[in-house]
Design a protein around this ligand. Structure first.
Ligand SMILES: [Zn+2]
Length: 325
């Protein structure tokens, strides 16, 4: 009995030392890419970053089965460093590694590389909302309507927001509003890394544009956005969306080497692409693409009967990836 209760107490301590960040703000120093794994309460986690805060050492780790990310204090766990290719082979049966392999099937595409849809989903879609840098305010009205339309059937509404560091810097009150909506239980956000600067040029051809522009520092583009989220008390996810949906094999491989899964879209509504069951739908709520938001509202209106009878819903990106083979 004594031993059992000691194990129980240890379990409780472990839970306290592992956080979703949600609400807990960090000031990461030496925030870096690292590879390895650790096991917490029979869940295997793939470690993708580590950082220091004062004297304490933390890991940022992806649950290999559920795809959620935790910030974990080093002293609470036993970390096993491993090269990424070894991890890929050790954990090859887990949804996280399978998703990386699945995304890699489209690694050479100049446009829309990575995962585009979820074939297993037959009763709805995954909504991804991009917040590329913008001078215009957040389309709050879109979120408010979405929350109201689904308040009986889906509360909180699961949404993936592709976030850029520059947008957070330039829209602090809009960012706080989104976090507030999550805190009161209206939405459940998956923060998809959409790079820090999201550079874009009107004149350059695609193969030299966005992250392919000369002078891009992919390390900064990925890590600075994650750090910004942690400072704001939010948790990054293992997902990445290429700015402009543009990448080449080298940039794609870099993103994978950081342990992130590229997420494309088969239904960019403003480009007239039609959503089907299992689609990853793309809209922009940064003020620059009102037509996409209108089309999404029209879609919700058309699906009203199916929503009420639970035959159509929005899915959580982490769960959609976890449920694919
Ligand atoms: Zn963008």
């Amino acid at each position: 009995m004594k031993l059992l209760s000691r194990i129980f107490v240890l379990g409780l301590i472990c839970i306290e030392l592992i956080s979703n960040a949600n609400g807990q703000s960090y000031k990461p120093e030496k925030y870096e890419l690292t590879h390895g794994y650790l096991v917490v309460q029979s869940d295997s986690f793939i470690v993708i970053r580590d950082f220091y805060q004062k004297e304490k050492h933390f890991f940022v780790a992806v649950n290999s089965h559920r795809l959620d990310v935790k910030v974990i204090l080093d002293s609470a766990v036993r970390f096993v460093p491993k090269a990424q290719d070894e991890l890929m082979s050790m954990f090859k049966r887990t949804p996280y590694i399978k998703a990386i392999e699945n995304a890699e099937l489209r690694s050479t595409m100049l446009q829309n590389a990575g995962i585009l849809r979820f074939p297993k989903i037959n009763k709805g879609i995954d909504l991804t909302i991009d917040l590329c840098p913008s001078k215009l305010p957040l389309d709050k009205d879109f979120f408010v309507k979405l929350i109201n339309i689904l308040k009986v059937e889906e509360k909180p509404v699961p949404i993936a927001i592709s976030i850029t560091g520059v947008w957070i810097n330039e829209h602090p009150s809009d960012f706080a509003w989104l976090v507030g909506q999550e805190k009161v239980g209206n939405i459940k956000i998956t923060w998809v890394n959409h790079s820090y600067h999201h550079r874009v040029s009107k004149d350059l051809p695609l193969k030299e544009n966005f992250l392919l522009e000369k002078g891009t520092n992919i390390n900064d583009e990925i890590l600075l956005t994650e750090k910004k989220l942690l400072v704001k008390g939010e948790t990054p996810s293992p997902f990445f969306r290429f700015p402009g949906l543009v990448s080449d094999k080298a940039v794609f491989d870099s993103v994978i080497s950081y342990g992130l899964i590229p997420i494309g879209s088969d239904a960019w509504l403003a480009k007239n692409q039609k959503p089907f069951a299992g689609s990853i739908v793309l809209v922009h709520a940064n003020g620059n693409e009102p037509i996409g938001l209108k089309k999404f509202q029209k879609l919700l209106f058309e699906k009203r009967d199916s929503i009420v009878s639970k035959r159509w819903m929005l899915y959580d990106l982490r769960e959609s990836v976890a449920d694919e083979p």
